[in-house]
Every structure is written in C-alpha cells, then in structure tokens.
Design a protein around this ligand. Structure first.
Ligand SMILES: [Zn+2]
Ligand SMILES: [Zn+2]
Length: 380
C-alpha cells in the first residue's frame, strides 16, 4: 500500500510499505477514506521530536472497515468509522475511568502512558496517512458513522481536533455565559472556539497573527485579536473592562513565537495567566514535549519551561493539561454534526490525493496563506 513516510527533518515521502493486516484477533483493518495532516505532525516534520525515520505519519483517520479479527463482535466489515487518535485497551485503570488518552497497557515507551498512531513517543503503531490502517482493540476504539459519504469533512475532525478543542474548554472548566480566550487560531484553536460557542460562551476571543485564520474565527462568531496589532493582553483586558476572561485555552504549544518570529515556549502560558481572571481556568491542549532537540536553551531541550507560576498561584487559577480522551466526546460530537449544530469542516482549505502529501506538508508547514487544514484522500 502507499503511505506517507518520514525520512528526516522537512522530508516526507509517499511510497510503498507493507499492507496493514490483522495481527491480533481484536484488530480491524480500516480502508482510509480521509486522513488529515495535523499541526502536531509538523513538530515531527520539522525534526522537533524524537520520532524515528521510517515512521508512517497520520493520527487523524476515518474510513470503512475492510477486515476484522475473530474476536471483534461489535464492529462489522463495511462499517464507516472514525478512528480516535488515542489507541486504548478499554480495560486498564485509566481507560476504565474514561482516560483513554493515558492507557497504561499499549505504549512500551518508558514513562509514557497513552498510545497513538504514527506519532513520536506514542508506541509502535503506524499511522493512517496510507491506504490501510491497523486498529488494535477495534470494538473499543472505533466509532460508527452513518453510512455513505455525507458529512465526510465534518466527521474527519472527530478523530482528534474537534474532541481536542472541546477538551480544552472542559479542562478550563468553561461554563455557559463565560468569556473565553483561545490562544492560537490554528485548527485546534478554531475547534476550541467552535466548542466554546456551542457550550454557551458569552464571548470568545481568538488570538493569532494570521489574517486567514482570524477570519475563520470570525465566521463562527469569535472576536479576532490580532497579535501583530499589539499586545494581546492589553487588547483583551480593554475589551473586558479590565476583568479579563473567565477561562482560556492554550492551542499553540511549545513552539510559540512572538510577533517577530522568535520562539518563547512560555509566552502563551504567561499571557493566559495575565488574561484569565482570578480563580479562572486554563486548558492546555497545545503540545509540549519532554524532549525538544531543537530548543534554544538546555532547559527547554529537556522540556523545562519557566512560566509565571507565582502569579498563577496568587490568582488561584487552575490548569488542566494533556491529550484529549477522544472517546469521551466523539459520539456526542458526531451527533451534534448530524443534527446540524456543529460544522467543524469550516476550517478545511485543501483536499489532496495521498500522492500530493509532500506538497501538502510543505505548504502547511510554511503557514502559506489559506492553508488552514489539509485533508488527504488515499482512495482518490
Ligand atoms: Zn492531530
Ligand atoms: Zn487502557
């Protein structure tokens, strides 16, 4: 089968690899209809993770079940399914409590709970930017979708970024009527803004410096805060009569940079501590890494990031972090899409054949104007 394979920094290749097959009786093999390039794939693409050369990328996957192992009873061949990026066993301590993003059973990496497809530190599971994907524990992991091809571009957001954006608002303990700030109007930030609106936010401020992304935020009713027009802290304090917002979502991650383009991994956390009101919540779903070979300082290379913890403590704020347990949300978010209450496809800018992935990575990584979310169609 053809697949997107990592060759080294800024180098991916679409090439032949062995077909995904049933390896355990609890597996399914899914024929991928849509697989997305994710902002978090770019950390690997840029050589800013410990991912191994030869890894097949792709953790945002959906498709049609091609084969199932002998122990799979719920999922059937021919089912149209969304594949959560978390691979979970369903029965360990964390999975049992709904924390499928921290499954203790499936990642052999020392000190890391939680597994995913095609991702650094997340276990030996090839990704789905390919024609076929092996899904362990298929009955646990796969979410059925209505048959056919309707809502394909909405449903493809169920594997990661829509639940991840939603999770950011849950970690921030957003309530109806809250003012919410979202840092980063990339795909996850826009999903967090969309989620905050659906969850009844009074106002949502979206902070970024890319006009095309801010415009998308405007389309869903968010207020654009343009970093390049001045300090976002001042802009938002002005807009809230100095109170700040009730909560905030971090959707940027450790490669945060200032308007001049210089990286400051603590920058967004510091701004959130300033903007969120006393006792308010901060949900961090932007990615931070325990090792960053490309960081500017030795501390940052070891994942140590100094943010304004003193003010954070003094303001009595709380913070929730980490990867989203997709299964906790994806069924409900699917039904919001079917009911017409959620349309996460509003961020899609490009739909490419799998063989065009090399180009897709380059444009998306360069933040080329208009490249907000790239979908790959292996069957095209
Ligand atoms: Zn993703
Ligand atoms: Zn588990």
């Amino acid at each position: 089968m053809r697949a997107v394979v990592y060759r080294g920094p800024f180098d991916v290749e679409v090439t032949e690899v062995p077909d995904a097959t049933i390896e355990q009786p609890t597996d399914a093999v899914v024929r991928i209809t849509t697989t997305n390039i994710c902002g978090s794939d770019l950390h690997m693409y840029e050589g800013r993770t410990s991912v191994e050369e030869g890894t097949v990328f792709g953790h945002e996957n959906m498709g049609v079940v091609e084969a199932v192992g002998g122990a799979v009873t719920r999922i059937k061949v021919g089912d149209r399914v969304s594949v959560p990026f978390n691979i979970s066993c369903g029965t360990c301590r964390n999975c049992s409590q709904g924390w499928t993003s921290f499954c203790t059973s499936l990642n052999p990496t020392e000190g890391v709970d939680g597994a995913a497809y095609g991702y650094a530190n997340m276990g030996p599971y090839p990704g789905g930017q390919a024609e076929l994907l092996r899904v362990p524990f298929a009955d646990v992991n796969l979410l059925e979708l209505p048959p056919g091809s309707e809502h394909e571009n909405d449903f493809t957001m169920l594997s990661d970024i829509f639940p991840t954006g939603w999770h950011g608002t849950v970690l921030a303990r957003q309530q109806a009527g809250d003012d919410v700030v979202v840092f980063g109007a990339g795909p996850v930030g826009l999903m967090a803004a969309h989620s905050a609106m659906i969850r009844g936010a009074a106002r949502v401020f979206v902070v970024d410096q890319h006009a095309d992304r801010l415009a998308l935020g405007g389309k869903i009713g968010a207020t654009a805060i343009d970093l390049s027009a001045g300090d976002p802290v001042e802009q938002i304090l002005d807009a809230t009569d100095g109170r700040g917002t009730d909560c905030g979502v971090e959707a940027v991650g450790y490669q945060a940079h200032d308007a001049a383009g210089e990286e400051h991994p603590e920058l967004v956390l510091d701004n959130l501590v300033k903007i969120v009101r006393t006792t308010g919540g901060i949900g961090v779903v932007g990615v931070y890494m325990p090792e960053d070979p490309g960081a500017a300082t030795k501390d940052a290379q070891e994942g140590r990031i100094g943010f304004d913890y003193g003010t954070f403590f003094t303001k009595g704020q709380h913070m929730g972090t980490g990867q989203a347990p997709v299964k906790r949300y994806n069924r409900q978010l699917r039904d919001l899409i079917v009911a017409g209450r959620a349309t996460p496809s509003f961020i899609v800018s490009h739909e490419l054949a799998l063989d065009e992935a090399v180009d897709g990575y380059k444009h998306f990584d360069d933040r080329d104007k208009g490249w907000t979310k790239v979908l790959l169609r292996p069957g095209a």
